[in-house]
Design a protein around this ligand. Structure first.
Ligand SMILES: NCCCCCC(=O)NO
Ligand SMILES: [Zn+2]
Length: 345
């Protein structure tokens, strides 16, 4: 299996985050990608390739031009406003407030307009890192389009919380969604997304919510207790032409393999029925029992089983790295999915 990776991910590193009331070192740190890369090398998964620069067109097939322009330029605006350090939004619209349909002009107002939380900041080089993560996903998609049965896009920063025009949850560009659109633009008429990350992929849901050509399935911590809180319920099944093509499997805190795998199996069967021509897996491994910010109880061998079951879908498959923060087990757990896939033959 080919792995696509770029050291440019080091260009993004938020200096802190607010976690359970304390200011801590961010859990989404560069070390994560290095640990996974080391494990890829250790098991001899296959070639490790640097993605080319795909420029902006494929990104703008998913994200709005105004949002892309905002992400590219906001750090410079921040500096021009006489500010130093990192760019942080700090206020968001409440459900009682009248909606607005275009971006305000003020810097802080636009920061709020184009985000939904302050899990991660925007540094001087975050845009470059996020853009290169999107390149990494595109390179993986092109490898699969070029005939590879599967590929691994070791993306960092992750992407599944980023919507058409908003960042949050450590995500700025939706790498998986950009890959999905790449498959669609190459003529794969139906593409499935299987999001196995512990958190609901709210961004991916939002991007494809009104579309019947992309089936999105996600099993995750129930939003009643878990980030991103505001959506991810089973009742959210898509809208318009997309009705029935969004599948949420919210699960309770403490979920163990039997319950998690039952939801996963149902999602796999729905993907089989969808008759997709390609599959994008949002590969988060924060479902692991010792993940510091998550509440599921999967164990390391289970990740191999996940990979084997995905292989049984018998689809051209792109794995796109999302979350996972248990530094000691992150590499083994993530790569177990990939070796589990390959060993299933
Ligand atoms: N305290 C912010 C938590 C962000 C969740 C990140 C993640 O792993 N999403 O999949
Ligand atoms: Zn996650």
């Amino acid at each position: 299996m080919k792995t696509f990776y770029t050291a440019d991910h080091h260009l993004h590193h938020s200096g802190m985050e607010l976690s359970f009331g304390k200011i801590v070192e961010t859990f989404e740190k560069p070390e994560r990608a290095e640990i996974i890369l080391a494990r890829v090398k250790e098991v001899g998964l296959g070639p490790i390739l640097t993605p080319q620069d795909y420029e902006l067109a494929p990104i703008k097939r998913v994200h709005t031009p105004d949002y892309v322009d905002f992400l590219k330029g906001v750090y410079e605006e921040w500096q021009a406003a006489g500010r130093d350090g990192e760019v942080w939004p700090y206020s968001w619209r409440h459900r009682s407030m009248p909606p607005i349909d275009k971006a305000p002009s003020g810097l802080d107002a636009r920061l709020s307009y184009y985000s939904f939380d302050m899990a991660g900041s925007i540094t001087a080089t975050t845009w470059q890192a996020a853009k290169r993560a999107a390149d990494t996903a595109l390179a993986g998609a092109d490898a699969v389009l070029g005939g590879e049965r599967t590929a691994f896009s070791l993306c960092r920063p992750p992407g599944h919380h980023a919507g058409r025009d908003f960042f949050g949850g450590y995500c700025y560009l939706n790498n998986a969604a950009i890959a999905v659109q790449r498959f669609r633009d190459a003529g794969r008429s139906r593409v499935a997304v299987l999001d196995v990350d512990y958190h609901h992929g709210n961004g991916t849901q939002e991007i494809f919510y009104d579309r019947a050509d992309v089936l999105v399935a996600s099993m995750h911590g129930d939003p009643d207790f878990e980030f991103p809180f505001h959506l991810g319920y089973a009742r959210e099944r898509g809208e318009g032409a997309g009705e029935g093509f969004n599948l949420n499997y919210p699960l309770p805190s403490g979920t163990q393999w039997p319950e998690w795998s039952a939801a996963f199996e149902d999602a796999c069967r729905r993907i089989e029925a969808f008759d997709a021509q390609a599959l994008v897996v949002s590969l988060g491994v924060d479902t692991y029992k010792e993940d510091p910010i998550s509440q599921f109880k999967l164990d390391t061998p289970h990740f191999s089983e996940i990979g084997a079951r995905i292989a049984a879908l018998d689809l051209p498959t792109l794995f796109v790295m999302e979350g996972g923060y248990a530094i000691g087990a992150l590499g083994v757990n993530a790569v177990n999915v990939l070796t589990g896939f390959e060993q299933a033959g």
